[in-house]
Design a protein around this ligand. Structure first.
Ligand code: DX5
Ligand code: ZN
Length: 218
């Protein structure tokens, strides 16, 4: 069983509530919210007020992907706004273990994100602190980029470690996911797949979501 997490980065921001309800009705499992600060990544998107506005709109878990520097300063805000998952980039967290504890102290599920070049070794000592690892298959900052196939072996490497250790950690993939690229990701062990443009830029979002999910489930 795989879960599809539509990224609202590719949605129409002038009618965000409807955009979220549409993918919920179509079978989305989580709503992926891309937070960018213009420093960690060269783009600015949305903050905790958007999470707060969407909280009453959907029953789905809100999966907040923080692409920001100094995430510790904002974790409480996002938790209070209604985030169910908060994921932070390893590359932005010099005190990663403490940051993960901070997320958990607010009763929110915690996750770490690895950029395409960042090795699994950087998170081996925090696996007991996390619910989720998000592996980027693009360089973060923008939707609509091409999937980086070179990252897939890293997904498999992590899946093997998680299995060997018997840990209840989910693997999420983000970037360039569509009906084709989802297949190697699921084969490698991913269970949550983010898709932005492949869903929201499709003429029929419900159909696109179902097709991507069906492709992943083989
Ligand atoms: C990029 C974001 C992704 C993005 C994915 O930095 O983290 O979640 O929205 O968009 P697609 O699916 O279009 O690659
Ligand atoms: Zn994302």
């Amino acid at each position: 069983m795989i879960k599809i997490a539509p990224s609202i980065l590719a949605a129409d921001f002038s009618k965000l509530a409807e955009e979220v309800k549409e993918v919920e009705a179509a079978g989305a499992a989580l709503i992926h919210i891309d937070v960018m600060d213009g420093h960690f990544v060269p783009n600015i998107t949305m903050g905790a007020i958007v999470v707060e506005a969407l909280r009453p709109v959907t029953k789905l878990p809100l999966d907040v992907h923080l692409m920001i520097e100094n995430p510790n300063l904002y974790i409480e805000q996002f938790a209070k706004a209604g985030a169910d998952y908060i994921t932070v980039h390893v590359e932005a967290c010099p005190h990663l273990h403490g940051t993960l504890q901070l997320i958990k102290s607010h009763g929110v599920k915690s996750g770490v994100v690895l950029n395409p070049h960042t090795p699994i070794e950087t998170i081996l000592h925090v696996l007991d602190e996390i619910d989720l690892v998000l592996i980027m298959t693009i360089n973060p900052g923008f939707g609509g980029q091409k999937f980086l196939h070179s990252v897939v072996p890293k997904v498999k490497q992590l899946a093997d470690i998680i299995r060997e250790r018997g840990l209840p950690i989910e693997i999420e993939i983000d970037g360039g996911i569509n009906e084709e690229t989802i297949i190697p990701c699921v084969e490698a062990g991913a269970t949550i797949l983010v898709a932005g443009s492949a869903i929201y830029n499709a003429p029929d979002r419900a159909e696109a979501l179902r097709r991507i999910k069906a492709a992943g489930e083989g």
